[in-house]
Each structure stands twice: as structure tokens, then as C-alpha cells.
Design a protein around this ligand. Structure first.
Ligand SMILES: Cc1ncc(COP(=O)(O)O)c(C=O)c1O
Ligand SMILES: Nc1c(O)cccc1C(=O)C[C@H](N)C(=O)O
Length: 410
């Protein structure tokens, strides 16, 4: 296809998907094609005024009364319910606060308490580093052995000593989407629990936590949920596990009667039991405002748009850069919301693209990661990105010596 033909095809697809074009709900710099919403989501238009109000009115004027008058105390569960709608969890099962790493640590300890006598945590090789570190750390603390299995090997490795299976719903590097319903059911057949990391799927892919009887899940607020840098994470505890949920960090916000200031810990009923300490209120309120970008939108419709965009991007790259080595799966049902390419000069490509206003990211050792946050991207944006990629490669911009020094954060 020529670029003129790609432009025409993009225009047709954009018209067909006009109902899910939510670009107006975001503030993005003009001239930028932002393909890194799977690292830091874009700024929703609803956020600045909400943060200003939280700072000036709620904190600055109403002061400590805001814990009651502005609903600060209940925010972790209220915002949890809003996230729950996007990941298929009925109200009262998601709590917001702390980082994904902390929520993972907490959930793993809870899993150990729910499956006493079992000695293995089964996970995948090559998952996001924090997941690997936290799994190893908790395994040391509770006396588990860590075993690794690829998704294809999982079924055979589900022996009766497995306490919990911990997986990323979408792989951060390749964008591979795992079969959450099938794996969850297989784990349950073996008597194990499942704990899903939803960082790269929440807000982009339907998850169906309740529908598929997931036990525990965690995720961050700053990628496809657009909560901003350092947005608090969330944890899901299925209602059926809440009474037996042991909170390894039993902070006072999770106490049944926090203002009784009791000497002994008694966990609150329901999901509040998973609360820890004072949440980062400003960030939590920013996340709550950010979630308004999904108001009136079904996640299935976001997914349909995302699939059209990633399919179009993949096909266009294959067309324009023959021989492209894709790391992300071709089949729609196995691809999350990103297109990842392997290239020996991946770092230089990402830098050269950024110099042209096309922001993706590099993941070691050789991955160009193009995240596709469907609400604020169009097929036409993607032609701009592919045109830039074509020109970078044709002109050798990716081999510019300026790109040999790697930045600390990419
Ligand atoms: C799969 C996955 N898990 C966890 C994290 C992050 O954990 P934390 O929020 O603790 O930095 C990320 C991204 O940073 C991630 O991609
Ligand atoms: N959480 C991040 C951070 O604190 C600094 C820089 C990047 C991030 C990210 O979210 C990276 C992201 N999880 C990834 O998939 O690579």
C-alpha cells in the first residue's frame, strides 16, 4: 500500500469508529503521536480542575473536615468501585492505594493464608521485574518454592502443591494477552488460587474478574487508567475470600473501627480489610477524575477500537517495513493493546521516532514498544507513526551516534 492508500484506509476506519473516539476527553500536546500510554497514560481533561479543587478548596479551605465532607475517607473503596466497573468486578471488591508492588506483596501473603500447606508459587519467566522480585521475596517469607512455566506449560505444572498462580494478563514487553478464563479454571481444578497482574490490560481489554471467578488481582492506576505519575494501585479480592483475607500490613485504615484507636487490630468487614494506611489523597482524587474519561463507555467498545487500531498498525508496519519482526501476537484474541517489534537498533529507533514527535518506548534488549491507548488515538495518528518509522529507517536516523547513550528512564 502507498501512504496515500494508507491515509485513505485510516480515514475510512476512523469514520467507522467515530463513536469511540474520545480524544476530546484528553489534553495532549499538538503534533505528538503518543504511543506510550502503557507506561504513563495521557492527561484526561477532567483532571486539572479536580486537582485544583482538591488542593485549593478541599485541602486549602476545608482542611481536615474534608475527610468527611469531601469523602476522602471512603475514596479508596469508591474509586475501587469505579475501577471495578472497567475490570468486571461488582462493587465492594476493589480497593485503591499504595503501589502495585505493595498490593502484590499483600495479595501473595493473603494467598498463602488461604492455601495453607501448599508450597509452590507458579509464575511465568520474564514477567515485569517487580513481579519477579516480590514473588521471590514473599516466597522466602512464607516458605514457598518459586516455579516458572510458560503459558503453554502451565496446565502440566498445576500439581497439588501449587498454592497460587501469578501471571500478567498482558505481557509488558510482547503485549501477549493470556487466556485468563482458561488458566483461572485450570488453576481452580488443581485447587490453586490465581492472582492476575492487570497493569497492561485494565482500561484496554475486558477482564471479567467476577465472571471468570478470579481470586485476587492487582494493577496500577497510571497506564490505561490515566491516573497520572505515581497514581495509586489497586487490589481486587473476590467477595468469597474477603472474610478469610489476612492483611499482612494491617494498617489502621483497614481497622473495623479506626477512630476507636484500639490497641488491637480487628480487620474491617469487606474489601476495606485490605486497606493499609493513609492513601495519597491528591493522587487518588486525580485518578478518580481521570476515570471520568470512561464515563458512558463500555470496555468492550474500547477493546473493539483498540483491536482495529493495533491490527491496522501491525499491517501497516508489515507493509511499509518488509521483514519486520513482531514480538506481539498476530491473532487478535492473543494481542493486548500494543504492537511490539524486535530490532537490533530498537533503542535508536525509539529515540529517532521521539525526535519526530512519535513517542513509544524501548524495552531491553531489543523491543520497540508502541502502546495503543484506544480512547485517544486514531488510525490517522498511526499512519503518522508508520510514516515516521519508514523515514527513520530509510534515512538511517536510528543509527545516529547521539542515540548510543541510553537514558536512565526510557
Ligand atoms: C506488569 C507490571 N507490574 C507492576 C508494575 C509496576 O509496579 P509499581 O506500581 O509498584 O511500580 C508495572 C509497571 O511499572 C508493570 O508493567
Ligand atoms: N511505573 C513506571 C515508573 O515509575 C517509571 C517509568 C516507567 C514506569 C512504567 O510504568 C513502566 C511500565 N510498567 C512498563 O511496562 O515498562
Amino acid at each position: 500500500m502507498t501512504f496515500d492508500e494508507l491515509d485513505a484506509r485510516a480515514a475510512t476506519l476512523d469514520a467507522a469508529h467515530a463513536a469511540t473516539d474520545l480524544r476530546e476527553r484528553f489534553l495532549l500536546p499538538p503534533g505528538t503521536v503518543y504511543l506510550d500510554g502503557n507506561s504513563l497514560g495521557a492527561l484526561p481533561r477532567s483532571v486539572p480542575a479536580a486537582v485544583r479543587d482538591a488542593v485549593e478548596q478541599q485541602w486549602g479551605h476545608d482542611l481536615v473536615a474534608s475527610w468527611n465532607t469531601h469523602g476522602w475517607w471512603d475514596a479508596p473503596v469508591r474509586v475501587g468501585d469505579a475501577i471495578g466497573r472497567l475490570v468486571g468486578a461488582a462493587p465492594g471488591q476493589v480497593v485503591v492505594g499504595d503501589s502495585t508492588s505493595v498490593r502484590l506483596h499483600q495479595s501473595l501473603h493473603a494467598a498463602a493464608a488461604l492455601r495453607p500447606g501448599r508450597s509452590v508459587v507458579l509464575t511465568e519467566p520474564g514477567s515485569f521485574p517487580t513481579d519477579q522480585y516480590v514473588i521471590a521475596g514473599v516466597a522466602d517469607q512464607v516458605g514457598w518454592r518459586v516455579e516458572h512455566a510458560t503459558p503453554a506449560e502451565l496446565a502440566a505444572r498445576l500439581t497439588p502443591d501449587v498454592a497460587v498462580v501469578v501471571l500478567s494478563h498482558v505481557d509488558y514487553r510482547t503485549g501477549e494477552l493470556l487466556d485468563l478464563p482458561g488458566i483461572t479454571a485450570a488453576a481452580h481444578d488443581a485447587g490453586a488460587l490465581v492472582l492476575w497482574d492487570l497493569c497492561h490490560s485494565a482500561g484496554a481489554v475486558p477482564v471479567g474478574l467476577d465472571e471468570h471467578h478470579v481470586d485476587l488481582a492487582v494493577g496500577c492506576g497510571y497506564k490505561y487508567l490515566n491516573g497520572g505519575p505515581g497514581a495509586p494501585a489497586y487490589g481486587y479480592v473476590a467477595a468469597r475470600h474477603q472474610d478469610a483475607f489476612v492483611n499482612v500490613v494491617p494498617g489502621w485504615h483497614g481497622h473495623a473501627q479506626p477512630f476507636a484507636m484500639a490497641d488491637d487490630y480487628v480487620g474491617a468487614p469487606g474489601i476495606s480489610r485490605a486497606r493499609i494506611g493513609t492513601p495519597p489523597m491528591l493522587s487518588l482524587l486525580a485518578l478518580e477524575a481521570a476515570l471520568q474519561a470512561f464515563d458512558g463507555v463500555e470496555i468492550g467498545d474500547v477493546r473493539a477500537r483498540s483491536l482495529s487500531l493495533t491490527r491496522f498498525l501491525r499491517d501497516a508496519i508489515a507493509d511499509v517495513v518488509p521483514g519486520s519482526a513482531f514480538a506481539s501476537p498476530e491473532a487478535d484474541e492473543r494481542r493486548g493493546s500494543q504492537v511490539a517489534l524486535r530490532h537490533p537498533d530498537a533503542y535508536g529507533i525509539v529515540q529517532a521516532l521521539a525526535a519526530r514527535g512519535v513517542v513509544g518506548d524501548f524495552r531491553t534488549p531489543d523491543v520497540v514498544r508502541l502502546g495503543v491507548a484506544a480512547p485517544y488515538l486514531t488510525h490517522t495518528d498511526l499512519v503518522t507513526a508508520v510514516r515516521a518509522l519508514h523515514e527513520v529507517l530509510e534515512r538511517g536516523e536510528h543509527r545516529d551516534p547521539a542515540w548510543t547513550t541510553r537514558n536512565a528512564v526510557t
